[in-house]
Design a protein around this ligand. Structure first.
Ligand SMILES: [Fe+2]
Length: 192
């Protein structure tokens, strides 16, 4: 069967269902990004849990975890050469940390307009890259735009991720040079 035969239409973005992001207060009762990163660090140190993740050379694998304070957490296995593509997590804050192998993160050090655009020409100088070896991770705020890759030719990577509030949506982008294009908005169940 061809993967291109998927009939799923792209759902409209429910922009009218929520007020402007500027009027939505940051979550005050949930865990902070630093606490999510602490959770990722503690979890990555659990060798038994990390070893329990099935690894598949053909694609990413994952286990849902109980994150702190009602957050959504995942253990993810990355075969060599896999990556997420550019995306953000809308209004969720988060953190991730490498448990084994090495991950590369490309990110944008700029806050993008949240709505009302389809393509955006990125300003020079906002690209960031970091390499995360075992025990290294990062926390991020709302609307963090990034892609995560395992660039290794032969080594699997495993990482721990946590998000709060639990992922309401993921916006996916394509990128050609400096031009970022919004491709689709996914719900977490599409992403898993
Ligand atoms: Fe992400």
């Amino acid at each position: 069967m061809s993967a291109s035969a998927s009939p799923a239409p792209a759902p409209p973005v429910p922009a009218a269902a929520s007020p402007s992001p500027l009027s939505v207060p940051a979550p005050t009762s949930g865990p902070t990004a630093a606490e999510l990163l602490d959770f990722a660090r503690r979890t990555a140190a659990d060798a038994g849990l990390i070893a329990s993740l099935p690894l598949d050379p053909e694609g990413r694998t994952w286990i849902r975890l109980d994150g702190p304070g009602g957050s959504e957490a995942w253990l993810i296995g990355w075969p060599p050469g896999t990556g997420t593509g550019w995306h953000d997590h809308a209004d969720s804050i988060g953190a991730f940390l490498t448990a084994s192998g090495t991950l590369k993160e490309h990110s944008l050090a700029a806050r993008l307009p949240t709505d009302g655009w389809k393509t955006l020409e990125l300003t020079e100088g906002i690209d960031r890259s970091r390499e995360l070896t075992p025990g290294q991770g990062r926390a991020f705020g709302r609307h963090h735009v990034h892609e995560v890759l395992n660039e290794s030719a032969d080594e699997h990577a495993v990482s721990v991720h946590a998000y709060y509030p639990p992922l309401p949506q993921i916006r996916r982008y394509s990128r050609t040079g400096a031009v970022l294009r919004l491709e689709q908005t996914e719900n977490p169940e599409d992403w898993q």
